[in-house]
Design a protein around this ligand. Structure first.
Ligand SMILES: NC(=O)c1ccc[n+]([C@@H]2O[C@H](COP(=O)([O-])OP(=O)(O)OC[C@H]3O[C@@H](n4cnc5c(N)ncnc54)[C@H](OP(=O)(O)O)[C@@H]3O)[C@@H](O)[C@H]2O)c1
Length: 335
């Protein structure tokens, strides 16, 4: 069977994303389900994988990008007992290897024991898809890496991005005072609407000066998904015994190595460098966290007002806009 999808045959920028209507649809294995994808999420990691610059290794070429999707099961393998045809599901795929991407396409096969879960009746495909990678990341960063006490001041970089907006809404729900950085008026506005207390236009000032002006003693935690451009200045924003959670390098390079004694000199700081796949290691953990995210969404503690939805055919333009930092919030491809 032929299907619509996006193929990358050589590493590069958005121009290597080739939309096609003649890709071979996958054939379901004994322990797999075949999912007709309705939405695929777009993540910053997709851009890095397409460039062939992922720190964990590169996919084999050619590959279909995309690491999360929501859709309906159209076929189940002979040994599958826990999923059925017609079920609405959301799932994420494993690692950087080519056989684990494949979400930017009409159909995908997923191991029935992998990170896949039924979507509750009161949750749409769009919302379910928007809560996978970025939702799970927000969930483990705040529940496992640093959980604020009410009133704690916390700095979140990239507050107008997909993960940034989710982080702000959750931190506010927990009673934190949230400072955030964002480069453009639309992102700054979205961060404010999400409840951020201090929105720093870091293109107009030094963000660390702005943080120290608001909190001379420093903040308790910095969540940094930008990397080298912000890391060292972020450490200097922390109060004694503060925590730096470094979780990405959207700004390009990874930070240079530091001496452990720097953490001591700056006030007995804690540095964490976590990755999602260590916090979602199996289906049970995926379903537990995803279930809690659905509940937070129902309670209004997660706001997804800023979804950007583009047709699959326009994938290259969407990647281009993300690279150009023009996208506010979470991006989805409608398939
Ligand atoms: N470790 C993990 O488990 C994990 C899991 C998921 C995601 N991540 C990481 O989390 C970060 C955010 O991911 P996301 O999916 O939320 O991405 P996103 O929606 O594209 O947001 C990223 C933000 O980074 C900022 N940025 C700074 N320098 C940039 C540059 N040179 N190019 C593009 N953007 C730049 C942009 O905000 P401004 O324009 O306002 O600066 C942008 O809104 C990424 O580093 C990603 O790799 C880590």
């Amino acid at each position: 069977m032929k299907m619509r999808g996006v193929e990358v045959a050589q590493f590069g920028g958005p121009e290597v994303l080739d939309f096609r209507d003649d890709l071979e649809a996958p054939v379901v294995g004994d322990r797999e389900v075949l999912v007709r994808n309705h939405f695929a999420g777009v993540n910053f990691k997709d851009l890095i994988l397409c460039r062939g610059e992922y720190h964990g290794g590169n996919p084999d070429l050619p590959f279909v990008p995309g690491i999360e999707a929501a859709g309906v099961i159209t076929e189940v393998g002979t040994e599958v007992t826990d999923f059925r045809v017609g079920q609405r599901v959301v799932y994420m795929t494993g690692s950087m290897a080519s056989q684990h991407n494949r979400c930017y396409a009409e159909y995908n096969v997923v191991e029935s024991s992998a990170c896949i879960q039924e979507i509750p009746d009161d949750v749409s495909y769009e919302v379910a898809c928007a809560l996978v990678i970025q939702g799970l990341t927000m969930h483990y960063l705040i529940s496992d890496c640093f959980t604020p006490e009410p009133g704690d001041a916390v700095l979140v970089h990239g507050g107008g991005g997909g993960l940034g907006l989710l982080m702000i809404s959750r931190l506010k729900a927990l009673g934190a005072t949230v400072l955030t950085t964002a480069s453009q008026p639309a992102k700054q506005e979205a961060a404010r609407a999400q409840g951020a207390d201090y929105v720093i236009d870091y293109t107009a000032c030094d963000f660390s000066d702005a943080v120290r002006e608001a909190f001379p003693g420093g903040v308790r935690c910095v969540f940094d998904g930008i990397g080298k451009p912000t890391f060292l200045k972020g450490l200097a924003c922390l109060q004694k015994k503060g925590t730096m959670v470094l979780y990405g390098n959207a700004g390009g390079a990874h930070p240079d190595p530091i001496a452990p004694t720097l953490l001591t000199q700056l006030g007995s700081l804690t540095l964490k460098r976590p990755a999602l796949y260590d916090y979602v290691e199996n289906q049970a953990e995926f379903q537990r966290r995803q279930g809690e995210l659905f509940e937070l969404y129902r309670q209004g503690d997660i706001n997804l007002d800023n979804l950007t939805i583009a047709p699959l055919e326009e994938v290259a333009a969407l990647h281009e806009a993300m690279l150009g930092r023009r996208v506010v919030g979470k991006s989805l491809l409608k398939i």
